[in-house]
Design a protein around this ligand. Structure first.
Ligand code: GDP
Length: 296
């Protein structure tokens, strides 16, 4: 289900409910079941769907639906509000301040789009007059430093890394120190990933975090991982203190549900989304427009 198709399924469920001559609890339940199926297909985690269903049932009174003319709108608003509530963890993430050094550590599985997103994040701030710098602490994936170097050079952003050193903790600490001395105000540390959630990866993240003392840890997640999103986000949160989420690959065949899981698992807001491979394909995340798009 592509982002927006969810809206079609929900609209159909609401239409069926509106067409019923009598709106009783059974009709409302059927409509909610239909909506829940659509949410599951859009990769919203099972438990979250179940909770949402219970919440909506509590909010929406069948008597109001029976009396009112805007049955569809009442239900639609309840679904919209619930999705917005899930996507808003209630507290904003750490916000870096221009001119004051902030250390931002990126974590995520290999292929999630971490390296690309680091450069996008740096470029976004550079355009606004910041002085960002990139540190490549990924010594696991061959070619990671070259990729970061290439991206950084293209965007004219200073970078630090090594072809020789194999200790990511050492590189991270050295890079952060170097750019602190150069008065960079946004020091971005790209870390390594693995294909799977492994103990070694989480231990490495813990050590890099300990050595660099980041002001913010951003969890980068590929939007196409589906139902796996919740466990993956939670696993990272348990090893480092994730404070924000960036969801990548929201272009193409993206399903929106994973974003909800990532917020719920990390109790942190989504701050940006990646919408393509290029540097400028990066958007500030805003809850209401996202939910509107999700619902089509
Ligand atoms: P890493 O292993 O987590 O550092 O991932 P990379 O940054 O190397 O990205 C893996 C692949 O995903 C690359 O081919 C990127 O060009 C691609 N990619 C990253 N972000 C996006 C995005 O928002 N949209 C699309 N379509 N591709 C992306």
């Amino acid at each position: 289900m592509v982002l927006g198709q969810l809206g079609g399924s929900i609209t159909r469920a609401l239409q069926q409910m509106s067409n019923a001559t009598i709106i009783d609890e059974k009709v409302v339940s059927e409509c909610l079941n239909e909506i829940s199926r659509a949410l599951l297909q859009a990769d919203v985690q099972f438990k979250m769907v179940r909770d949402m269903q219970a919440n909506i049932k509590r909010i929406v009174n069948p008597d109001d639906l029976a009396a009112g003319h805007n049955k569809r709108r009442i239900m639609q608003k309840a679904v919209f509000d619930e999705l917005c509530r899930i996507l808003d963890p209630g507290k904003p993430s750490y916000t870096p301040k221009k001119g004051k050094t902030s250390i931002i550590m990126f974590v995520g599985l290999q292929g999630s789009g971490k390296t690309t997103t680091c450069t996008k994040y740096a470029h976004y701030h550079q355009k606004k007059g910041w002085k960002p710098a990139l540190v490549c602490a990924d010594t696991f994936r061959a070619g990671a430093f070259d990729q970061l170097k290439q991206n950084a050079t293209k965007a004219k952003i200073p970078f630090y890394g090594s072809y020789m050193e194999s200790d990511p903790v050492k590189i991270a600490a050295e890079g952060v120190e170097r750019f602190k001395q150069e008065n960079c105000d946004l020091i971005i540390v790209d870390t390594s990933g693995r294909h799977k959630q492994e103990a070694a990866l989480f231990e490495e993240m813990r050590q890099v975090s300990e050595a660099t003392k980041p002001d913010l840890v951003i969890f980068v997640m590929d939007s196409s991982i589906g139902q796996a999103a919740f466990d993956q986000a939670q696993a990272f949160k348990q090893s480092v203190s994730v404070g924000a989420v960036i969801v990548t690959k929201m272009d193409g065949h993206a399903k929106g549900g994973g974003a909800l899981s990532a917020v719920a698992a990390t109790k942190s807001p989504v701050i940006f989304i990646g919408t393509g491979e290029h540097m400028h394909e990066f958007e500030v995340f805003d809850v209401k427009p996202f939910v509107s798009r999700l619902l089509g």
